[in-house]
Design a protein around this ligand. Structure first.
Ligand code: TMP
Length: 196
């Protein structure tokens, strides 16, 4: 989020307070999950019968309506406009934000030997007096991205959990280490000592 802010992609993020807490701008979430895909995997592979790992002809942006009861169904801009979930101007901004996040994140990951297969973002509306603008909100993490090691193809994302491929902690720690957001050596934790 800090990196996105630095290149002029607005986000809700203000600053990190500690390892667990962040200060963010309150925003009204647009009820869409915005998915950008660079390589086929997951639901697009199932839906269209494309082999996982195949590069797509260009980044493909998809929208899903955020409704757990309905299982977040895929929707088109027709549904979004007809049901008033976002205006056409909003959707122009959403598309632009999604593609800019894709370029930034693809480069960031490539720099640490990771292929960005796809990811999901959410977008929120912020009011500044009479003005309103859309910002990237929620989270960007291995929970919401597909990240494959460039050399080995090893999955470093939530598919490790979804497909029972091993230790999720190891995979996420590997991403954090490569991005420099975690020390290279795991911190030696000692058991708490009983004080008499
Ligand atoms: P999919 O292939 O299951 O449609 O997922 C595409 C990407 O979106 C993948 O990186 C995982 C992410 N995603 C979420 O973060 N939350 C969700 O609820 C879903 C369905 C996908």
């Amino acid at each position: 989020m800090t990196g996105l802010n630095q290149i002029g992609v607005p986000t809700h993020f203000i600053r990190r307070l500690n390892m667990r807490e962040q200060l963010v701008r309150a925003c009204e979430i647009i009820p869409l999950e915005i998915v950008v895909r660079n390589y086929a995997a997951g639901s697009i592979s199932t839906r269209l019968g494309i082999e996982e790992g195949q590069q797509l002809p260009r980044p493909i942006v998809e929208y899903y309506f955020k409704d757990d009861k309905l299982g977040d169904p895929m929707v088109t801009e027709e549904h979004i406009a007809a049901f008033g979930w976002a205006s056409q101007q909003d959707m122009d901004d959403v598309l632009s934000l999604a593609l800019r996040v894709n370029d930034f994140l693809s480069g960031l990951m490539l720099g640490v030997g990771i292929r960005l297969i796809d990811f999901k973002i959410e977008v929120g509306r912020i009011y500044d007096g009479d003005f309103q603008r859309l910002v990237v909100a929620d989270e960007i993490s291995p929970d919401s991205c597909r990240l494959w090691d460039i050399n080995s193809g090893r999955k470093l994302d939530k598919d490790v959990f979804r497909r029972d491929l091993g230790s999720l902690t190891d995979a996420y720690s590997e991403v954090a280490r490569r991005l420099g957001v975690m020390p290279n050596e795991p911190t030696q934790m000692t058991k708490p000592k009983l004080i008499n």
